[in-house]
Design a protein around this ligand. Sequence first.
Ligand code: TEU
Length: 566
Amino acid sequence: MNDKWWQSAVVYQVYPRSFADSDGDGIGDLRGIIQHLDHLKELGVDVVWLSPIYASPHDDNGYDISDYQRIDPLFGTLDDFDELLAGLHERGIKLVMDLVVNHTSDEHPWFVESASSADNPKRDWYWWRGPRDGAQPGEHGAEPTNWGSFFSGSAWQLDERTGEYYLHLFSRKQPDLNWENPEVRDAVYEMMNWWLDRGVDGFRMDVVNFLSKDVSLPDGVIPPGALYGDAYPFFAQGPRIHEFLHEMHERVFAGRDDRYLTVGEMPGVDIAEARRFTDPARGELDMVFQFEHVDLDHGPGGKWDHRDASVLDLKRNLAQWQEGLLEVGWNSLYWNNHDQPRVVSRFGDDGEHRVPSAKALGTVLHLMRGTPYVYQGEELGMTNVPFSTIDDFRDIETLNHYAEAVDVLGQPADEVLVALRRTSRDNARTPMQWSDGPNAGFTTGEPWITVNPNFPQVNAAAARADADSVFAHYRALIDLRHRSRLVSSGGFELVLPEHEQIFAYVRELDGAALLVLANLTGRPAAYDVAALPGWESAEVVLASGGTDTTGLTGVLGPWEAVVLQR
Ligand code: TEU
């Protein structure tokens, strides 16, 4: 694959609600982001991905959009947006918007019209169906299929006005669009072109592998102990998904130069499908977000049913994706986003070894083949939050799960709370910690969600002043990717594959090579230097333990990472 600009780029995800509040209402906004552009510049990132800022009733924090071409007043105005875009571009940073078109808000005019009557011209813009044969609307089990929503409960909502149900894979206020209808696709492409004409540099596409459904809408198999059928086979990687994504590419990007980036969020996608979606010859997407590595600690009961993931599990899965997309396609590389708990608490150590474990995890991720994504606060080593009661949580997925687990399935509330503290999306959504001042410098008002009490120690001001901080290490990793084609375009080979503590691999290109070694445990890790022939006299180019690291010693300290080049 010819080098693309985004192979050597690093993306920074901003979750506007929690990044920085400029008007004291306790909710982050666009002017707050403008006030912190220099933080992004100093870190060295090339692209900012903004989670949704569009008009929304915020049932799912903006992933429920009621107007795709209006900025929600909570976040600011289109003028604020244009100023933010200009400020980023002045600093050589691109801006990627969040495209949420698997569903809209139920307050979007499209849905309001569609729901108004069974023969409305926009009825077929969504998925409306009558009750199951022989059942009356509203009867238990009358839903058209036994599909469950991602946010608990049925994936179908009855509308009394017409006695019909509409499909919502997420919340009741997020009805799924019917992409079988070409009018829907036309409207989406027009909206996307509107943003690109305004200067935006690309899109992160929300659950974009769900756009094509099995139109026969069959029931799913009900797993043991579950309330609803597993519908994934009937809405993921559907029969027309490649047709739709290629059409989108042709209608939105094909006539433009290649300064854009597209990344598709694809829960459950596998390597074979990811190769097809990201093969440049197919004209669909540049890269995808796959979920296998962030589902490794999910037990048979799903995300709330925790299982420990070993270093072997982690490195074997990531290596499979590296090898799987080596010849064709391209990987995104991420540990964190607004849906995942903080990696330093999840796969690292957020206590004694918070800083070295954050650096080690950053090192193994950033030096792999693919485009790295940094989620706000990750560059500071921000951790999960000691939420005390259910009242501390705000996320609809979390609150709905708690209600269903406790009230419907009768699980002990304190047990469910343990799972929420470990896995809830709210762990990623507490305010960005800018300083040790009031509310961590996030707001002069009352923050919409609690601030992590460790902010006096974990904050941007302290990290940027500390040459040995996670921030400094992330900046060095980003700088290395910018300077080294070896990192941006080299091959990948897992080494020490059976080592239970060390994740190690070699990147090679045109006779040059880089060796990445990281101990992902809190115990010293011995390794056989002889198993790494030819690296004895290699140069240390980066080390989490500081520059006096003398290369291959045969043992790595707790969470120690070292990068050598020859
Ligand atoms: O997430 C889709 C998705 O896979 C997640 O909902 C995931 O299932 C869950 O959060 C993991 O626990 C996207 C957005 O990233 C998410 O914020 C939205 O809530 C969702 O789509 C609906 O738009």
